[in-house]
Design a protein around this ligand. Structure first.
Ligand code: NAD
Length: 291
């Protein structure tokens, strides 16, 4: 396929490289000067998008997505696939999809799970929203860049799935860290707690696969001085998107709200910025319960 790729950052660059390695022709554009081996450089988003079979975007947020959509939709070929893999608010995803459909394109919102490692290794999970035809067009590309793609429903359903997943992830990480701090206070050995919880009903991905306690469980960012991994500020972004969506949908999400304010505090007033989201454990190590 002839593919335009806009947003060649930490995630976009390796994803575009994997499309090239699979034999596709890729023309890329980024606001900053980025070059990716095998990806032709376009001077503008419009140039990257004009006349392609599929245009992919991997951008920081909904505002960037809306701005790029305004630039590229007028020059894209009718019937072109428009696959946005950024994590953005559900409202922006739906608005851009409507705009794209009105212009005769096939839009898919397809945020990913798996981080930079998954993008590089081609093992991402894609959660997609859009029509059957749009998903069918994008699916072969998902198969190159990832190991699984789930068609979640109509436009916006991919973003909805992503923020539900990450709300669970954020809240679960916090309670896992709380439990380690409680174990410390009770004189319970961390390894023993892991041995019990990881095989009992309190088990979770954060405990079993991404344990926040250094030296316990399989290798994770906690064993590398909390170098991300998945940065705390990205977790905060996703928890904010979840609360924004919960507000719009009238959903009651008290633990999601508490997780968002704890990560906001950790990133903005604590020492979480630039560290893995599992470094939250140190917040509980430092702080004791108020009397
Ligand atoms: P990044 O900041 O490294 O990359 C974004 C790129 O978009 C930057 O290079 C920036 O210059 C470019 N950009 C911004 N506005 C643009 C515009 N108008 N035109 C062209 N280029 C523009 O971010 P990232 O880590 O690659 O993440 C991208 C998206 O993927 C985000 O929405 C993020 O939430 C999501 N995500 C990231 C991870 C991760 O671990 N990094 C994991 C899952 C999902």
């Amino acid at each position: 396929m002839d593919i335009g790729f806009i947003g060649l950052g930490n995630m976009g660059a390796p994803m575009a490289a994997n499309l090239v390695a699979a034999g596709h022709r890729v023309t890329g554009h980024d606001l900053s000067d980025v070059t990716v081996d095998g990806v032709a450089v376009a001077g503008s988003a419009g140039e990257a998008a004009r006349g392609r079979d599929v245009v992919m975007t991997m951008l920081p947020d909904g505002a960037a997505l809306r701005a790029v959509a305004d630039d590229i939709l007028p020059v894209m070929a009718s019937g072109c696939g428009f696959v946005d893999c950024s994590t953005v608010d559900v409202a922006s995803a739906r608005a851009v999809a409507e705009q794209a459909m009105a212009a005769g394109m096939l839009p898919v919102d397809a945020p990913v799970s798996g981080g930079v490692g998954g993008a590089t290794g081609g093992t991402l999970t894609f959660m997609a929203g859009g029509s059957e035809a749009a998903f069918a067009l994008a699916e072969p590309l998902f198969a190159i860049m990832g190991q699984k793609a789930v068609h979640c429903g109509d436009s916006g359903a991919g973003q909805a799935a992503k923020i539900c997943n990450n709300m669970i992830l954020g809240a679960t990480m916090i309670v896992t860290c709380e439990a380690f701090a409680l174990a410390d206070g009770l004189g319970l050995d961390r390894q023993k707690m892991f041995d019990v919880v990881s095989t009992s009903s309190g088990y979770s991905w954060t405990m079993n696969a991404y344990c926040p306690a250094p030296g316990v469980g399989p290798s994770s960012p906690s064993d590398n001085d909390y170098t991300p991994g998945f940065a705390a500020e990205l977790m905060l972004k996703d928890l904010r998107l979840a609360q924004q969506a919960a507000g719009d949908a009238g959903a009651d999400t008290p633990l999601g709200a508490a997780a968002m304010s704890l990560y906001a505090d950790f990133v903005e007033s604590g020492d979480g910025l630039g560290r893995d989201f599992s470094a939250m454990l140190q917040r509980f190590e430092k702080r004791r319960r108020s009397p």
